[in-house]
Design a protein around this ligand. Structure first.
Ligand code: PLP
Length: 366
């Protein structure tokens, strides 16, 4: 409303990529649509996109991943939903690190599962405490949900952390559902590690991902599950019952996108990093507000605990007094309290201005 009234509002709330998607991907979709690629499709996916996924994951994991190890689905969100619908029974518990992506609770509850938050400590950069994770395991635990790089925390779990989580899953015979929608957005020296990299875990890992963030194409609703061939053969019945296949012309475009390197997407990743640096620089002189460089993804958690306000109260004041829209950390679970989640989806100059306004509010509260 304020923006509609001409006020200079800065929106840092939604994780919607602001970069343009590669034009050639759109061209493939439109050409193929006009070529009549509009029939019903296989519930698992078209052969060309399954082959492209196979090439992509074979390269990423360093071992042969067959086309029968995928299901093409409308985005990570649907992939996660298919994953939980296929593995959970009523009353099964799913461990998820808190703060977590806001839709996780509903995804777990849909098939009757129970989300069990496992706290992450902001003062450890939101990295996992394996003792807390193991302590949360009960006879009803069925799965651990991972999201690295994380929305909202920006943490990228190290190879050692992923290995330790994998070992716990194997010890307690649990599924590992890995939301890897930010896999290609890793900053600085951090390295993306998936539990799927470890062949010994293949039978218990369900990777969920998409081109929404990697190719700035959230509106295509194109994603997939990568898992064992055995799991895919069984879970395809869930996908069939929900969807009866995905649009062929979009699958053609995704096959092309996965097989092509786009320099503009490298730039998009660098831009997220530069914007995060601009935000941190703008907050550096502020005594009561701080932030760490995100290790990956497209968000920064800003710590406002020293202002004495909750994330919610700070976000509200920031909107009302300074026209900056952010997400309160509390909306991502109890451990997000006292934080704001800032989406890196505006240019550097706007990010500097946003930092100035956040610092101005913090200073006025002293
Ligand atoms: C962690 C996480 N998982 C899943 C999604 C949904 O992604 P998709 O567009 O691929 O469904 C998002 C979108 O913001 C996200 O941040």
């Amino acid at each position: 409303m304020r923006a509609a009234q001409g006020e200079d509002v800065i929106f840092l709330s939604i994780g919607e990529p602001d970069a343009a998607p590669p034009q050639s991907v759109l061209d493939v979709a439109s050409t193929q649509m006009n070529n009549g690629r509009l029939k019903y499709s296989s519930g698992q996916g078209e052969p060309n996109v399954l082959a492209a996924l196979s090439r992509h994951y074979t390269k990423q994991t360093g071992r042969a991943i067959g086309p029968d190890q995928f299901m093409f689905l409308p985005g990570t969100q649907t992939a996660l939903s298919v994953a939980f619908l296929s593995i959970l029974d009523e009353g099964d518990e799913v461990l998820m690190f808190d703060p977590y992506y806001a839709t996780y609770e509903a995804l777990v509850r849909l098939p009757g599962g129970i989300p069990v938050p496992v706290p992450l400590d902001p003062d450890r950069g939101f990295h996992p405490d394996l003792k807390l994770l193991e302590a949360a395991i009960t006879p009803r635990t069925r799965a651990i949900l991972l999201n690295s790089p994380s929305n909202p925390t920006g943490a990228v779990f190290t190879a050692e952390e992923v290995k330790a989580i994998g070992a716990l899953a194997a010890k307690h015979d649990l599924w590992l559902v890995s939301d890897e929608v930010y896999a290609n957005l890793v900053h600085g020296n951090h390295v993306f590690t998936s539990p799927f990299f470890d062949q010994a875990l293949e039978e218990r890992v369900i990777v969920c991902s998409s081109i929404s963030k990697s190719h700035a194409l959230p509106g295509f609703r194109c994603g997939w599950i990568a898992a064992s061939a055995d799991y895919c053969a069984k879970a395809v019945a869930v996908a069939e019952s929900l969807l009866f296949g995905s649009p062929q012309f979009l699958q053609d475009a995704v096959a092309f996108a996965l097989d092509t390197h786009f320099v503009e997407l490298d730039q998009m990743q660098r831009d997220y990093q530069l914007r995060a640096m601009a935000l941190l620089e703008g907050l550096s002189a502020c005594k009561t507000v701080s932030a760490r460089m995100p290790e990956g993804g497209m968000f920064v958690m800003v710590d406002v605990r020293k202002t004495g306000l909750s994330g919610e109260a700070f976000a509200r004041a920031l909107l009302h007094q300074h026209n900056v829209v952010t997400m309160p950390g509390e909306s991502f679970g109890a451990c997000g309290q006292g934080h704001l989640r800032v989406a890196l989806t505006v240019d550097e100059a706007t990010m500097r201005e946003a930092a100035k306004r956040i610092a101005a509010l913090a200073t006025s509260l002293n």
